[in-house]
Ligand binder design. Structure first.
Ligand SMILES: Cc1cc2nc3c(=O)[nH]c(=O)nc-3n(C[C@H](O)[C@H](O)[C@H](O)COP(=O)(O)O)c2cc1C
Length: 177
């Protein structure tokens, strides 16, 4: 059976509890995101997850994200070019039923190809909407397909003026701050 999913989600502008703003350190996950899925994720620290979980259900969310690398290696051209950039993101909050995790995690996939990891960096996220609940899958392929669809849904949903404007929110650091 093929189920179709909407390619755009949420009302014309974010409504309560959104926007949800969180920041935290990028911590090590199980490392499966890059290796098994080809979809790297930045795992948020426990403290950041605590702020989030009071307000929202587990599931997949979309919004904007920024990485602020304190140990910025200024000789690294990629770091320099990406400083202060705000990227679209999809975030999975929950237990990863496919992998049967025993600990809840918040994993952010930033929709951009980075040349290196950023463990220890500060991650700032503005969550603007909900995409779907977490699911179990009969194959890794099915999980990867659904995540790729989540990415399209996030990009379509952010491409509306009232969502796009959060890219310039004061919560994100800028070269003016
Ligand atoms: C957008 C997105 C959607 C996801 N949806 C699911 C899901 O429905 N079910 C699930 O078990 N895991 C889901 N995941 C989590 C992946 O299984 C997880 O990122 C992977 O296990 C890598 O985790 P690790 O970096 O801690 O190893 C999703 C991840 C992302 C980024």
């Amino acid at each position: 059976m093929t189920t179709t999913r909407p390619l755009i989600v949420g009302p014309e502008e974010p409504i309560s509890p959104y926007p949800i703003k969180l920041k935290g350190e990028v911590v090590q996950g199980f490392g499966r995101g890059s290796k098994e899925l080809g979809i790297p994720t930045a795992n948020l620290s426990e403290d950041a997850i605590k702020t989030l979980c009071h307000d929202v259900n587990t599931g997949i969310y979309f919004g904007w994200a920024q990485i602020n690398n304190n140990n910025n290696d200024n000789d690294n051209k990629d770091n320099k070019d990406n400083e202060y950039r705000v990227y679209p993101m999809v975030m999975s909050l929950g237990w990863n039923p496919y992998y049967k995790n025993e600990k809840r995690s918040a994993e952010v996939h930033i929709i951009h190809k980075f040349s290196e990891d950023f463990y220890g960096a500060e991650l700032r996220v503005i969550v603007l909407g909900y995409v779907r609940p977490e699911k179990d899958y009969s194959s890794l392929d099915a999980l990867i397909k659904d995540i790729n669809l989540d990415i399209s849904v996030a990009l379509n949903s952010l491409d509306r003026t009232s969502y796009n404007t959060y890219k310039d929110d004061d919560f994100f650091l800028s070269d003016k701050s």
